[in-house]
Design a protein around this ligand. Structure first.
Ligand code: B12
Ligand code: SF4
Length: 496
């Protein structure tokens, strides 16, 4: 059985990509391929192609040449449209099509209903075991009803099999880098061109993922679209084994641990420090291994975390700084974060010789011209005080499975608010009034869709839920981008 796993490309517009876009391999599909190989050996042949570094045309050519029986496509909301075109091409060529990753997880039934050329969705963000079960059923022509997290068509009905949470501690497949060994240098070269000056030496990069979740997960930031934020940490010893192995076998020296927030679990941080083998300690001390992480500003200020991260070899930290206006930070549900705590965290990182990738958003719920001006001033102030590797200032792009998606599309059945009356209260606190019939018509427009026009979403958001025009925000972003570039700092767009 031939299986091709694809990471869907972005919808072409360079201006909508973030500053780390395509600088790292998509490890999700490598992890899935590794697990399938472990399970099925030479019964299957697997191909991998990443839309970060290959075009849609190249992906379709690969399908034509490889002639897979099953094509699996990883789709995020901004990459879904391209993913559908690939799915359609694969189906025309006779393959079965399975979609996974966030966008598929959020709209499985709608996708199966609206897209006849998609056969299956795996609605689980730890998808190794479900995919093994699907391949097993297809290979041995067995029924699909026991495949975990599978959504599929059965005659005229859509079936949704029960889902399950897989703990990384029990089983976290270590992606086999040999599957992409011919591609690793492409990412490293791209990374070097973008950020090489931060390291001053040749850098070989991968992402690694031994823990997921966030300490702010119970309330979650207003724009956060991550499928599952409960804390799920893997085995710390296994983490170091993987680091040692990737370094020795593939020369990897920059590891981007994509744990949603590295400050989430103090116990796990301590375990990593306690279990670090001596040879890794030596490699970190000599600068031969470096780490890049995501962290929350408040988390960095607690429990001596910055010093702990220094001992773990962290050199680059990604923080969602979001705003320079405390009321906007509250609107973004940043949970007690203020522009002062942001600045304190940034200073602590500078003292520890770590560079910062900071992102800001203009267009939070109830954003005003004054709050935008406060953020502009705050960004300029921060740039004087801190070493940024990149600063991204973006419009707010309402993504599914986030609190602002509840406000825009789901107010009648919110996931992150108790009910509509809580949303009404939040709107009123931010001075937002909206005509009920008009609001219902916005909900109506999106409620049956699985594919969204990002400009429509933004227009509806800015017009109805902020006090600023989008054109004003775009002007301010362009102004800031010039200042950031003049300071020789990289920019990009988080989403919008
Ligand atoms: C690290 C990261 C990045 C990195 C690295 C990306 C890369 N190429 O690896 C950078 C910074 C470059 C990046 C870029 C982008 N990202 Co990003 N990213 C993440 C983050 C923090 C972790 C992803 C990760 O590597 N996880 C670890 C790996 C092992 O797991 P995984 O990829 O999720 O794969 C597992 C499952 O999802 C599933 N699966 C994945 N693919 C498939 C395919 C099939 C067929 C099946 C069955 C299952 C399956 O199985 C995998 C193994 O368990 C997530 C947040 C999160 N926790 O998901 C956001 C996140 C996925 N990113 C997001 C976005 C929007 C983007 C960008 C579009 C931003 C932009 N404007 O450019 C780009 C698109 C990049 C791309 N996919 O090509 C959003 C997606 C939201 C949504 N609604 O879709 C998230 C959720 C963050 C958010 N805003 O809330 N990202
Ligand atoms: S800090 Fe990051 S991961 Fe945590 S809720 Fe906010 S956006 Fe999501």
């Amino acid at each position: 059985m031939k299986i091709l796993l694809v990471n869907s490309p972005h919808d072409v517009d360079e201006g909508k990509k973030n500053s780390n876009f395509s600088l790292f391999p998509h490890m999700g599909i490598v992890q899935l391929a590794t697990r399938l190989n472990q399970e099925f050996g030479d019964k299957i042949e697997i191909g991998l192609i990443d839309g970060g570094i290959s075009t849609k045309g190249e992906i379709i050519e690969k399908i034509e040449a490889f002639k897979p029986d099953l094509v699996g496509i990883s789709v995020l909301t901004p990459t879904y449209e391209e993913g559908l075109k690939i799915a359609q091409a694969a189906k025309t060529m006779g393959a079965k099509v399975v979609l996974g990753d966030d966008h598929a997880i959020f709209f499985p039934e709608k996708i199966i209903r609206n897209r006849p050329y998609v056969d299956f969705i795996i609605a689980n963000d730890v998808a190794e075991q479900p995919l093994v079960e699907l391949v097993n059923s297809l290979y041995y022509k067995r029924p699909l009803d026991s495949v975990c997290s599978l959504v599929y068509r059965d005659k005229d009905t859509i079936k949704t099999n029960p889902s399950k949470k897989y703990l990384l501690k029990t089983l976290n497949t270590v992606p086999d880098l040999n599957l992409i060994s011919d591609k690793l240098s492409i990412y490293s070269q791209k990374y070097y061109e973008a950020h090489g000056q931060l390291h001053g030496k040749k850098i070989n990069v991968v992402t690694i993922n031994n823990a997921r979740g966030c300490e702010n997960g119970v309330v979650r930031c207003s724009y956060c679209s991550i499928a599952d934020l409960t804390i799920n940490t893997g085995d710390p010893r296994r983490f170091w084994e993987t680091i040692g192995h990737y370094h020795a076998e593939h020369g990897i020296n920059l590891f981007f641990e994509v744990y949603d927030s590295f400050t989430s679990s103090p116990v796990y941080i301590d375990q990593l420090l306690q279990t670090m083998p001596k040879n890794i300690r030596t490699l970190i001390d000599s600068g031969d291994i470096e780490f890049m992480i995501y962290a929350r500003a408040l988390g960095l200020l607690k429990r001596d975390n910055v010093q702990k991260f220094k001992r773990l070899g962290v050199k680059r930290v990604n923080i969602g700084l979001d705003s320079g206006d405390t009321k906007m930070l509250e609107a973004q549900r940043k949970n007690k974060t203020t522009n002062q705590t942001n600045l304190m965290a940034l200073k602590a990182l500078k003292m520890a010789d770590m560079s910062v990738h900071g992102s800001f958003i203009l267009g939070a719920l109830g954003e005003t011209r004054t709050s935008v001006e406060n953020t502009v001033a705050h960004i300029i102030d921060c740039m004087e005080k801190v070493d940024f590797s990149s600063v991204e200032v973006s419009r707010l792009y309402p993504l599914p499975n986030s609190p602002i998606w509840d406000i825009l599309v789901n107010a009648e059945h919110p996931q992150f608010y108790k009910d509509k009356s809580e949303i009404d209260q939040v709107l009123s606190e931010m001075g937002i009034t909206i005509d009920e019939a008009h609001w219902a018509s916005i909900r109506q427009k999106y409620c049956d869709l699985d594919l969204f026009n990002f400009q429509d979403l933004m227009n509806d958001w800015y017009e109805n839920f902020t006090h600023v025009e989008q054109s004003y925000v775009l002007e301010k972003i362009a102004h800031l981008d010039k200042i950031i570039q003049a300071a020789k700092i990289r920019t990009g767009k988080n989403v919008g």
